[in-house]
Design a binder for this molecule. Structure first.
Ligand code: C5P
Length: 233
């Protein structure tokens, strides 16, 4: 039986390990998990990732996209970081997704869950058209989520506004991990289509990814606690 993962993954979007460790120390408690991204991994490698993550559940957001053989090798190499979630791009296609899942299965006892990225929220319908993908972006995200599920991905990263549609299409066991979350009391920053933690959980998100509302708060620990309390209420 898999251990229950925390609802909240705090995004530490930094390359410097001392700054990342400082962000984590400011939170100083259990009850949350950690997301590290490409900038941290490229700068510090698996040893640096392990040093910062410690025993905390880790979401390693590398968004891999290449031929199946290369992505499989990347997944095997990433297993040295012992993540619970690892991201790949669904647009790499069914064979690439299946190769990632197979490589993750070869990881032994710790089962790495493969999350697919559908459509980056930085792309609008005009951008999709420019690269030959059929919009609107919500339809393309659904198409790619179904491809990811069929090919063996454990879930997708999606906007809170896509939760209901993806849950209906992909079923109850497909993980929906949701960034773009802003508590009612936090600044929205550059995230445009935001939702509160409670709203996203009520819609059926499995996990939330929250960065700046926690890490940039005047009191990060209080901000995290307030979010956890709102979810639990
Ligand atoms: O600081 P903030 O809460 O906006 O951080 C959100 C995190 O989620 C960042 O690590 C960002 O890269 C990630 N993310 C996102 N929007 C997506 C996918 C991932 O904000 N569509």
């Amino acid at each position: 039986m898999a251990e229950t993962l925390p609802s909240v993954f705090v995004a530490i979007d930094r390359a410097d390990p001392r700054e990342a460790a400082g962000d984590l120390a400011a939170l100083g408690q259990d009850g949350f998990a950690l997301k590290l991204g490409l900038e941290f991994f490229v700068a510090n490698g698996p040893a640096g990732v392990r040093a910062v993550a410690g025993t905390r559940p880790l979401f390693l957001d590398l968004k891999l996209h290449d031929i199946p053989n290369t992505v499989a090798g990347g997944v095997r190499a990433a297993s040295a970081c012992a993540p619970v979630f690892l991201t790949i791009h669904a647009s790499g296609g069914p064979a690439m997704i299946a190769a990632a899942r197979k490589a993750a299965d070869q990881n032994g006892a710790a089962r790495m869950q493969i999350l697919a990225i559908t459509v980056l929220t930085s792309l609008d319908d005009g951008d999709l058209d420019a690269v030959g993908q059929i919009g609107p972006s919500g339809d393309q995200a659904l198409r790619l989520a179904l491809v990811a599920k069929m090919a063996g991905a454990d879930g997708v990263v999606c906007s809170a506004h896509e939760i209901a549609r993806l849950r209906a299409a992909c079923g109850p066991d497909f993980k929906l991990v949701v960034p773009g979350i802003r508590p009612a009391w936090a600044a929205t920053g550059d995230q445009k289509r935001v939702m509160t933690p409670r709203e996203a959980m009520d819609l059926g998100a499995d996990h939330l990814v929250i960065g700046r509302p926690i890490t940039q708060a005047a009191d990060p620990r209080a901000a995290l606690n307030r979010i956890l309390a709102e979810i639990a209420a």
